[in-house]
Structure formats: structure tokens, C-alpha cells
Design a protein around this ligand. Structure first.
Ligand code: BEZ
Length: 213
């Protein structure tokens, strides 16, 4: 059964390029991104891992721990890391799980047999500090993911968690946001003393709280 939004994500132990971990303990009180790639020493995966390595400071800024996974063994991960550093301009600076027995891939339903019987698809799981699933994405092997978009999603999730606002289509950091429908006008007066614009009773626009903070 696949994971659904709001589910507590399964805990597991695994071998990684940074030593053995117990997942929930490793996450601690941080947000988390667990993502899988199909195979080491393949072109799209190499660019993706390079992208995450370059963006690591942006994940750190948001208190997000990132961890990759494939069913390749640790020895392959270690050799491939040298290729990533050589070709992508950044060393591998986050752990990679070696899920050779597919235990984690099975727990998280990362193997989709119609895509591949043996390898994980490109899954992304964004996990909140409460260990609940906030977002999942599945991409095919042929399409490299946009990790700037994952950061944008995390910005939106963290704004919602902190300020009871939602983000509109194509929203970018710093742009106006939407007061969530569960906040009444009365409660909104407290939360947003600077006021808001009502386009419809259900569509209330407010400057992004905490902007520039
Ligand atoms: C790639 O990363 O380029 C790739 C991996 C598996 C299948 C197809 C492409």
C-alpha cells in the first residue's frame, strides 16, 4: 500500500555513505527529503545528485535534511561520488542509502514494476518535523527532477505550518499568499493586522508573512 499525505512515514535502519542510520532518529526534529534514483553511473541521476549537492546550503537554511537512495551497493555509491564531484562541480555532501535488499524501496513503494522490476523510480518524499508525509512525487527515469521546485514546495509547506497561509499557482518566495479558508475574518484580523485584500469571500490575499525575516 502506498503512503498517503498525512501518514507517519515508516522508520527503518539502513547503510548509507555516512554510516548506518535509523531514519526517524536521523531526522530528529528537522524536516526531511528522502528521494530515490534508479541507478548509479547513469547520466540523468548524476546530474540530479549534483543538483542536490549544489543546493544543500538552501536545504540547510530551511532545516531540511536530504538523503538519497538507490538499490546499488555502498561500493558503487562511493565510486560514483567521485564522478559526481568531477562532473557536477560539487562533492556529494549528503548521505546516500544503499538499499541492496530493497527493504526501504518496498516500504516506501519506490519500485513500480511496469517501469522497472528491479530499480527504484524517481520518488521524492517531503517529511515534516512530526514525521508525517507532506508531499510525494514520482518521476520517470527519463526526466530529471527540478530540485529548486522541491525547495519552493518546502517554502510553501513551512509558511502554511507557521502562518496559516496557502500559496497560489506559480507562487515564488516573497510574493503575496492566500489566507486559508479555515481562518475566519475575525481570526484573520489578529493574525494579519496589516489587512488583506478580499477578491471573493473565499479568496483573501495577504502579503507573505515574515518576508525578509
Ligand atoms: C539516467 O539516470 O540517465 C537513467 C537511469 C535509468 C534509466 C534511464 C536513465
Amino acid at each position: 500500500m502506498s503512503l498517503r499525505l498525512g501518514d507517519t512515514v515508516p522508520d527503518f535502519t539502513a547503510e548509507t555513505t555516512e554510516g548506518p542510520i535509523r531514519f526517524h532518529e536521523w531526522l530528529g526534529s528537522s524536516w526531511g527529503v528522502l528521494f530515490s534514483h534508479p541507478k548509479d553511473f547513469t547520466p540523468v541521476c548524476t546530474t540530479e545528485l549534483g543538483s542536490v549537492a549544489r543546493l544543500k546550503p538552501e536545504f540547510d537554511k530551511r532545516d531540511v535534511k536530504v538523503i538519497g537512495l538507490s538499490v546499488d551497493p555502498l561500493t558503487n555509491h562511493a565510486q560514483w561520488a567521485a564522478d559526481i564531484e568531477e562532473t557536477q562541480g560539487s562533492a556529494l555532501n549528503f548521505p546516500l542509502i544503499a538499499d541492496s535488499d530493497r527493504a526501504v524501496a518496498t516500504l516506501y513503494d519506490m519500485i513500480h514494476p511496469n517501469a522497472s522490476e528491479t530499480a527504484t523510480v524517481r520518488s521524492v518524499f517531503v517529511i515534516g518535523p512530526d514525521k508525517k508525509l507532506k508531499l510525494s512525487l514520482t518521476y520517470p527515469a527519463s526526466t530529471g527532477r527540478n530540485f529548486e521546485e522541491i525547495l519552493r514546495i518546502i517554502d510553501s509547506l513551512q509558511l502554511t505550518a507557521k502562518h496559516s497561509v496557502a500559496t497560489p499557482a506559480d507562487w515564488k518566495q516573497g510574493e503575496d499568499v492566500i489566507i486559508v479558508p479555515s481562518v475566519s475574518d475575525e481570526a484573520a484580523k489578529e493574525k494579519f493586522p496589516g489587512g488583506w485584500k478580499t477578491l471573493k469571500p473565499y479568496l483573501r490575499i495577504v502579503p507573505q508573512p515574515g518576508k525578509g525575516a
